[in-house]
Design a protein around this ligand. Structure first.
Ligand code: ZN
Length: 168
C-alpha cells in the first residue's frame, strides 16, 4: 500500500537543521512515529515528500523554513513583567531561566508556549517563535508500514495505536 490520504504511515526519522548537523528530533524502530496522512497532523511539505512511498522505502529530503515552521518573526519576541508568571501572587522564579519553555495564555485563555531568552530585573524576554522557525529542515528515515486507517481514526483525525483510545 502506498502512503497517501487516509492511510496510517509508520516511519523512523531523523531531523537536522543543518545537512550534517546534530539530530534535533528523531524516532527509531523501537519508538517509531505513526501519523494519519492527509489530516494536518504533520507539515504539508513532509507529507508531500512521503506520498506514494511503500514499506521499506527510504526518504531523504529538505524543507525550506517557509515550508517548515515558517520564517523567524522578530515581532514575536516579547518583553513581559515577571509578575505574568505568578501563581497566587508569587513569581515562579524556578521556571524563569534562559532556554526554558514556559506556558502562556492569550486574551481568550488559549494556551501557547514561549522560550525564555533573557531575564533582566523584573522583566523577562520571551521568544514566541517555534524553535525551528527560520531554519531549513533535513529529514531522513525509513517507511516501516503503510496501512488503511480504520473508521474511528478517520473520524478522530488521528492514529490510534497500542489500544490507547481511552483519551476520548
Ligand atoms: Zn482518538
Amino acid at each position: 500500500m502506498k502512503a497517501g490520504n487516509n492511510t496510517v504511515v509508520k516511519i523512523t526519522y531523523q531531523l537536522r537543521t543543518e545537512p550534517n548537523g546534530d539530530i534535533m528530533d528523531a524516532a527509531d524502530e523501537t519508538h517509531p512515529f505513526s501519523f494519519l496522512f492527509g489530516h494536518s497532523n504533520v507539515l504539508d511539505g513532509f507529507e508531500k515528500n512521503l506520498e506514494g512511498l511503500i514499506a521499506g522505502n527510504q526518504f531523504n529530503f529538505e524543507l525550506s523554513a517557509e515550508n517548515g515552521y515558517g520564517e523567524y518573526d522578530e515581532e514575536a519576541v516579547v518583553h513581559l513583567d515577571k509578575s505574568v508568571f505568578s501563581v497566587d501572587g508569587v513569581v515562579q522564579d524556578d521556571m524563569l531561566f534562559i532556554g526554558n519553555i514556559v506556558p502562556l495564555q492569550d486574551q481568550h485563555g488559549n494556551p501557547f508556549q514561549g522560550r525564555v531568552v533573557d531575564i533582566a530585573g523584573d522583566k523577562v524576554t520571551i521568544d514566541l517563535n517555534h524553535p525551528f522557525a527560520g531554519k531549513p529542515l533535513f529529514f531522513n528515515g525509513v517507511v516501516l508500514e503503510v496501512r488503511e486507517a480504520n473508521p474511528v481514526e478517520l473520524e478522530h483525525g488521528h492514529v490510534h495505536e497500542h489500544g490507547d483510545h481511552s483519551h476520548h
